[in-house]
Every structure is written in C-alpha cells, then in structure tokens.
Design a protein around this ligand. Structure first.
Ligand code: GTP
Ligand code: MG
Length: 138
C-alpha cells in the first residue's frame, strides 16, 4: 500500500466541512492513518510551499494557508497518491470534474479546500514535514 500526504485547507475548516471532505477520501478507498488539526505560522507555510517561492501567488498562498487551522493527514491505499489527486480534482474548481472535492467545495483556484502530494518523493517529504513515525498507524 502507498501513502500520501493530504491537507484540508483553511477555507474548509472555516466552513466546518472537514467531515464532508474526509467522507470523500474514505469513499474513494483511502484510509486516514494519521491526522491532526494545526495552525501554521506564516514561516511554516513558507517552508512547506518553498517550491512555489518564485510563483507570483506565493505571498497570497502562504498568507491564506496561515489564516486559519488546517487538518494534516497521511492517507494510505492502493495508488494513494494518484487516487487522492483524482478525488481532489483540478486545482481550479471551475475545471474540476463533477463529484470531486474541489468541484463540490472549493471557492477559487487559491482557496481550493485541499492539498495532496503529487509524487512519491514529495509525499515522503511532506509526511515527514508534519508527522513522526509513531504518529502514523494503519
Ligand atoms: P496542491 O495539491 O495544493 O499542490 O495543488 P495543485 O498541485 O493542484 O496546484 P499547484 O501545485 O500548481 O499550486 C499549489 C497551490 O497554490 C494550489 O493548490 C493553490 O492553492 C495555489 N495556487 C495555484 N495557482 C494559483 C493562482 O493562480 N492563484 C492563487 N492565489 N493561488 C494559486
Ligand atoms: Mg502541487
């Protein structure tokens, strides 16, 4: 089984719809094997999104991601990385397939309710950024 990192973003915690999002993940066959609700500092958000530091929306993104609580998760399942990306839908909710999390819940391309790792290497790094081994249990 593969593991991926997932984050429910501040627009979703603000609207009290984290359960609806977890339901989508679980219904897709993903298992939540670690989960916690945290508030990222601006510095932590900048470190997490360091790969995007040259993008024009970096300030907006890191301000948004530190504007309220997030729920960080480790998801486990067959092809968990691809499966999670599929159930998330496209970055821009206007382009996301019907039934995906972003089609149903995201507010805009920036405030798009969820993050999910895009490859095995980033999944490993992102899991280690937030979780120690003993916090993850199948
Ligand atoms: P993640 O799973 O969050 O990495 O989303 P993604 O892989 O679908 O998108 P990408 O890695 O290209 O961008 C990372 C995040 O930056 C997105 O999820 C958005 O929250 C934000 N983002 C991307 N493009 C824009 C944009 O044009 N404007 C703003 N404000 N935010 C953006
Ligand atoms: Mg990405």
């Amino acid at each position: 089984l593969e593991r991926t990192f997932s984050m429910i973003k501040p627009d979703a915690t603000r609207r009290n719809i984290t359960g609806k999002i977890v339901d989508k993940l679980e219904s897709a066959g993903l298992r939540v094997v670690a989960q916690k609700r945290i508030l990222m500092s601006k510095k932590t958000a900048e470190a997490f999104y360091a790969v995007h530091s040259e993008r024009p929306f970096f300030q907006e993104l890191t301000e948004f991601m530190s504007s309220g609580p997030v729920v960080v998760q480790v998801l486990e399942g067959e092809n968990a990385i691809a499966k999670n990306r599929e159930v998330m839908g496209a970055t821009d909710p206007a382009k996301a397939d019907p039934g995906t999390i972003r089609a149903e819940f995201a507010e805009s391309i920036g405030e798009n309710s969820v993050h999910g790792s895009d490859a095995p290497g980033t999944a490993k790094e992102e899991i280690a950024f937030f979780f120690s081994g003993s916090e993850i249990t199948g």
